[in-house]
Design a protein around this ligand. Sequence first.
Ligand SMILES: [Zn+2]
Ligand SMILES: [Zn+2]
Length: 197
Amino acid sequence: MAKTDIAIACRCGEFSAVLKDASPKTGSHVQCYCKDCQAGAHALGVGDTLLPRGGTDIFQTTPSGVEITKGADHLAAMRLSPRGLIRWYASCCDTPVFNTLGSTKLSFVGLFVNTMQGDAVQKAVGKVVAVNSAESAEPGPPIKNYGFNKAGFNVLARHFAAVLRGDAKKGPFFDAEGAPVVTPRVLSKEERKAATS
Ligand SMILES: [Zn+2]
Ligand SMILES: [Zn+2]
């Protein structure tokens, strides 16, 4: 089977990356309406990158397939709280690009589908297999949550497969000591509150 590499770009084009071998077998396409994901976008002043109703469209996979191809010095990171997800963005235009955990203990990255380029994206990410926190969606007709356990299981399965392959800790986000390559800025309580309201 042919492998599909997907180009990733921030909105202004100064930062780009590639996700290698993207397919519904190597990752899960999920949508999250949780308040933290919405706050992540609002804290960067880019609420317009959210889906209608405040959703975030994410392709969950392992970080070894991610390579930064341009503008690595624009890679920046923030956290809503000291232990929250690391929300990586391109500082040239504040486009959210990746989410990771705070360490390499779990081989995980969530890529923002709206930064993925080209006609092959929909086929590469596949259908939405999970919707999370729909109760936090902006007002409108009900959105149904589904697939949360399956998506969590897939994250663990991909982690263990990456451990077996020996590339669980690879990728552009953490150094050899397991520290983030950019120290994430942690929002103050006031900033967090402003982004959440
Ligand atoms: Zn940019
Ligand atoms: Zn979320």
